[in-house]
Design a binder for this molecule. Structure first.
Ligand code: ADE
Ligand code: ZN
Length: 336
């Protein structure tokens, strides 16, 4: 089963580029940019990763970004993730980035997006991994700031596939961003939002995502299982859920394998993703393998989780079909 998972053609739809910053690259960039890190070695940095909830993760995640300064830093960050993903047979990835976490440090929007985009183009050509970019707004910042960043993105609209919403969910409901998401939709962008596991008012947030914002996908969304009505809505509207088992384990001490089984049984379009793989020390294969170990998913269920990702990807029909056919060929060659 492990080698079946490792060699499978896969897609990843929930990964924060800034969350792919490996300690070794962080040290190299710190040296290049003369940024002082409060740790002597990459191992010491990893030892300081102590997360038990969303805020404790976010403070370490934002502090880590201080080493990202120029266009080439964003290029290296993106190219390194795409190289790692491709080595795990991830053929397609949708990448979140957090421009406000950089503009607030004096880094221009253009520096960030140009560096990322160049790496996407080069990696597709050199490595054969396709990727698309999703601009996330930080929900603990104002709606006005989100709108300003949507304006900054207008010259680069062709480089974006969608917008998302991340960061601290407490007291920051989806509805706070209704205007900016409605504007983004008018611009032709797809919409997704985080509804992280076990957040205050989570069912209200999920309901707002679906009914008020009319999102295309929900990031995480595990708690929707607490409401039959929400599950039905998610299923009927074919809303994809990008679940991140190892990320969830830091908050709920389990890979949420029971919940993922329940979602599969309800025919909800659930997918498996890595979220912030450098921080959680696990990329897509490690998430799938650990999940399979905990939840005893059979081969068909693993195939469903992976094919769901291609099905809910923001791709045109022909590209989506070609990935699904590739997956189908792999499955027929490897399953009895
Ligand atoms: N930013 C990076 N990872 C995140 C997560 N899992 N939830 C909210 N914001 C994030
Ligand atoms: Zn996330």
């Amino acid at each position: 089963m492990q080698s079946f998972i490792k060699n499978m053609p896969k897609a990843e739809l929930h990964v924060h580029l800034e969350g792919t910053l490996e300690p070794e690259l962080s040290f190299a960039l710190a040296k290049k940019n003369s940024v002082e890190l409060p740790y002597k070695t990459p191992e010491e940095l990893v030892a300081a990763y102590d997360f038990h909830d969303l805020p404790s993760f976010l403070s370490i995640y934002y502090a880590g970004m201080d080493v990202l300064i120029d266009e080439d830093d964003f290029y290296q960050l993106t190219y390194a993730y795409l190289t790692k993903a491709r080595s795990q047979e991830t053929l397609y990835s949708e990448l979140f980035f957090d421009p406000q976490a950089h503009t607030t440090r004096g880094i221009s929007f253009d520096t960030v997006i140009v560096g990322i985009h160049k790496a996407q183009v080069d990696a597709e050509q050199a490595l054969g991994i396709k990727s698309q970019l999703i601009m996330c707004f930080l929900r603990d910042m104002s709606a006005e700031s989100a709108m300003q960043h949507l304006d900054l993105a207008k010259p680069y609209l062709g480089w974006l596939v969608g917008v998302g919403l991340d960061s601290d969910e407490r007291h920051n409901p989806p509805i706070k961003f209704i205007k900016v998401f409605s504007e983004a939709k008018k611009m032709g962008l797809k919409l997704t939002m985080h509804c992280d596991v076990n957040q205050q008012n989570t069912l209200i947030h999920i309901e707002q995502c679906i009914s008020d914002i009319q999102i295309d996908r929900i990031d995480h969304g595990i708690n929707s299982l607490e409401s039959e009505v929400l599950c039905e809505l998610i299923k009927d509207k074919k809303i994809g859920l990008t679940v991140c088992p190892i990320s969830n384990r830091f908050v709920v001490q389990s890979l949420t394998s029971d919940e993922i089984h329940r979602m599969l049984n309800k025919d909800m379009l659930v997918t498996i993703n890595s979220d912030d793989p450098a921080y959680f020390r696990a990329y897509l294969n490690e998430n799938l393998i650990e999940l399979q170990n905990e939840g005893k998913f059979d081969q068909n269920q693993i195939v469903t989780l992976v094919s769901n990702a291609f099905k809910i990807a923001w791709l045109d029909d022909a590209t989506q079909d070609s990935y699904l056919q590739k997956l189908q060929r792999y499955v027929s060659q490897h399953c009895e």
